[in-house]
Design a protein. Sequence first.
Length: 132
Amino acid sequence: MNLDPNIVAAMFFRHNDTNEIDIEATKWGWVYSDRLSYSVQPNAYQSSITYDSPYQYATNVTYMFDWDPTYVHFTAKLSNGTVISDWNCTDRTSIPHVEGGVAMQMWLMNHLAPKNGKNAEMVLSDFSYIPS
């Protein structure tokens, strides 16, 4: 979460632009905001939520999601096990029923350079994909 306000770090399971599940860590351009944004499509982000995190400078955060035909569950935990965000979507009309792949990326908010003038880095210490 210790990201420059113009950086968005995202993890998502994606079929195409209208069938995906996203977790995004970002300040959305605001210096004093730390957010986790969760969304499930195809309902064009109607099921998304934004969560303001009090864990602004947390490191070693684990982000997870489970995708099943009947629910989507997102969790973010600190290394000591403290859950900093937890969310479920059970609206079956919002949950994509398609095959896809996992992707991770970083991008610039509105194509703006980082406010701090530094390069951004995301370090992944572990990743697993367990198909159901």
